[in-house]
Design a protein. Structure first.
Length: 190
């Protein structure tokens, strides 16, 4: 059991018979005789829906074990993404809804941590920074300063903004949280 004031993002809990993953939790201490409150954003593990709820800070909730496994992405089949354990070669199907909006960044051979609660996949953890290839962008114009940005399309079809010196075919590092360019990957041996 865990008190509501101890909720943190990434935890899994059971509340009123439903299993939830904590997406965000913000504790507000009370004043005087008022007890504190924890505002939480939860995702129902059965339906995938999100729910915002305020818990009394002293409320006891059943915490569920979140197990992480390093799995390798193989392929997408319909609305399922197939991952493989590289040690046992056991394959696991993860619904696209569990992968979330970063689904388009999955590439065969990519190794990611997959979260499981009660033996069921509930989340796929992507790295904060990912190396991606520029599929198409306009050539640099020398009249503009290097601090200006231009549109570019990644291999997976996502549009981002990159500095003027980035060319088609370049590999860049991208911050997945903000979808912003960080730097160009240095090519060795070229």
């Amino acid at each position: 059991m865990v008190s509501a004031s101890q909720l943190r993002a990434g935890m899994a809990i059971r509340y009123e018979g439903q299993s939830y993953k904590v997406i965000a939790a913000d504790y507000h201490p009370g004043q005087g005789k008022m007890s504190g409150v924890t505002h939480a954003r939860l995702q129902n593990l059965s339906t995938g829906t999100y729910w915002e709820h305020s818990f009394r800070s002293d409320l006891k909730l059943e915490d569920l074990a979140v197990e992480k496994q390093a799995l390798e992405f193989l392929y997408a089949d319909g609305d399922q993404c197939v991952f493989m354990n590289p040690e046992t070669f056991e394959q696991t199907e993860v619904p696209e809804g569990v992968v979330g909006p970063r689904l388009r960044f999955l590439q065969p051979g990519m190794k990611l941590a997959v979260e499981f609660v009660d033996g069921r996949p509930v989340g796929v953890l992507f790295p904060d920074i990912l190396e991606v290839r520029i599929a198409d962008t306009a050539p640099a114009t020398h009249q503009q300063a290097d601090s200006t940005f231009k549109p570019a399309k990644l291999d997976n079809g996502i549009d981002i903004m990159v500095p003027q010196f980035v060319k088609t075919g370049d590999v860049i590092r991208l911050d997945l949280a903000t979808m912003k360019y960080i730097d160009r990957v240095k090519v060795t041996g070229a």
